[in-house]
Design a protein around this ligand. Structure first.
Ligand code: ADP
Length: 415
């Protein structure tokens, strides 16, 4: 058995990779669809990360099918389409259209949608998605700039995105598990949202769905899929990673509340910090050379941080003058350029905060295949990639993930 997963964004893929690795699977994560399947022979789970959450549905479908063809060529026989545990999507997609296309290509007539991620407080009950104690539609996700989620009933949400029937497999059946749950899954026509409120539920669902070739959901259902591997084929816990000797750096482009708290905690603990503002980049009063000089001067102690993170009103003011995309792209490109220059000067450990920022930095570093390592905080593992024969460590943190001391403790897991 070999799992092939398609993730609609990079940090979500890493989160899934961590789930598989924790269960003892050998995981390889590919950034984008690779050109060749070489180097993936040992992997029990292969994840292709895309950037399709908010592109057009047609583009998301095309890229997802390309990833599926790659995974089939790499020998995968069980497939997972991984999306956000808050079901980030609009009525136009992209979750429904991508599931439709994958089902059609695989010749499947039924699948499940199981976004629950109990470790991060995302649970599904009677088809309704909760974020902690709040319904999705009452959580901050209702105001997301690209995918505002105003309906917590996922059966309704998914039904608006697909012509296939969408039904519910409710928690009573999941809790019963075994043949009752198998019978319910066998009876699905089209897609079914499946309730799950804890990890035991996810394992029950994974076991009952072991013969389904396509599952869809958040990283949580990865736990259920991994439970179908015989214990003898599983490795132990991931070990401490040993990147090549070299310095570390933190690059933060996320403006999320958790990242801002993490920066404040790092600065309070004495981490050298340099602020990167779009205005300074546009006016060229801050250049890559300035950033390199700052890192060099602060090479002795705790790994320094370069951050663009700002309060919402400050960002709104910058965006009003420069444009949202322009300001974002300036920051992302700059942090990518700094990362690349530092890599070439011997930095071997990178912590990156922000989903979009992670994409930009990973691309700039030329990291195409990531090996998943130990977990820093829920959903955020260290990963490694190879650059010119040296092992480089890279941690990609989704904006709102991680405890306040994330930037301080991340280094302790590296040899
Ligand atoms: P998160 O995971 O918290 O959403 P992302 O990196 O995905 O973080 O998104 C943050 C976006 O905001 C990026 O495009 C980034 O370039 C942009 N950004 C970061 N700092 C600023 C700033 N000071 N002003 C305007 N935009 C910014």
């Amino acid at each position: 058995m070999r799992i092939g997963a398609i993730a609609d964004d990079l940090t979500g893929a890493t989160d899934l990779g961590l789930m598989f690795a924790r269960a003892g699977l050998k995981v390889m994560q590919c950034v984008g669809v690779p050109f060749a399947t070489s180097g993936l022979e040992d992997a029990q789970a292969i994840i292709v990360s895309l950037k399709t959450r908010t592109v057009s549905a047609a583009e998301a479908v095309a890229q997802s099918l390309e990833a599926l063809a790659f995974l089939q060529a790499a020998g995968a026989d069980r497939f997972l389409f991984k999306y956000c545990s808050t079901f980030d999507s609009t009525d136009e997609g992209n979750i429904g259209p991508v599931i439709d296309a994958l089902m059609e290509r695989l010749g499947e007539t039924r699948t499940i949608a199981c976004p629950a991620m109990p470790a991060n407080g995302r649970t599904v009950y009677q088809g309704h998605l909760f974020v902690g104690t709040q319904l999705l539609s009452e959580s901050p996700m209702k105001d997301h700039p690209l995918t505002p989620m105003r309906d917590a009933n996922l059966v309704r949400v998914l039904q608006r995105q697909t012509a296939r029937p969408v039904s519910l497999v409710s928690h009573a059946l999941v809790a019963e598990g075994g043949s009752a749950l198998e019978f319910a899954l066998d009876g699905i026509s089209g897609m079914a949202v499946v309730d799950a409120i804890d990890e035991v539920d996810l394992v029950r669902i994974g076991k009952a769905a072991r013969d389904l070739r396509l599952l869809t959901g958040g990283s949580g259902i990865g736990l259920g899929m991994a439970a179908n591997f015989p214990a003898a084929e599983l490795a132990g816990e991931p070990v401490v990673m040993a990147p090549a000797p070299g310095k570390g750096v933190i690059l933060a482009g996320s403006c999320s509340a958790a990242t801002r708290r993490q920066i404040a905690a790092a600065v309070a603990a004495g981490v050298p910090a340099m602020r990167v503002m779009p205005q300074a980049l546009a006016g060229r009063t801050l250049t890559v050379e300035h950033a390199l000089a700052f890192v060099a001067v602060n090479a002795g102690g705790l790994p320094p941080i370069l951050y663009s993170s700002a309060e919402p009103d400050e960002i709104a003011a910058v965006q009003a003058v420069m444009g949202r995309e322009e300001a974002g792209a300036l920051v992302e490109n700059f942090l990518g350029d700094v990362a690349r220059a530092l890599l070439e000067r011997g930095t071997t450990r990178f912590v990156v905060a922000g989903g979009e920022t992670s994409g930009a930095v990973t691309h700039a570093l030329g990291a195409r295949t990531l090996v998943i390592g130990p977990e820093i905080d829920p959903g955020v593992p260290w990963t490694t990639f190879v650059h010119e024969g040296r092992i480089i460590a890279l941690a990609l943190k989704s904006g709102n993930f991680g405890a306040d001391d994330f930037f301080l403790k991340a280094w302790e897991l590296l040899a």
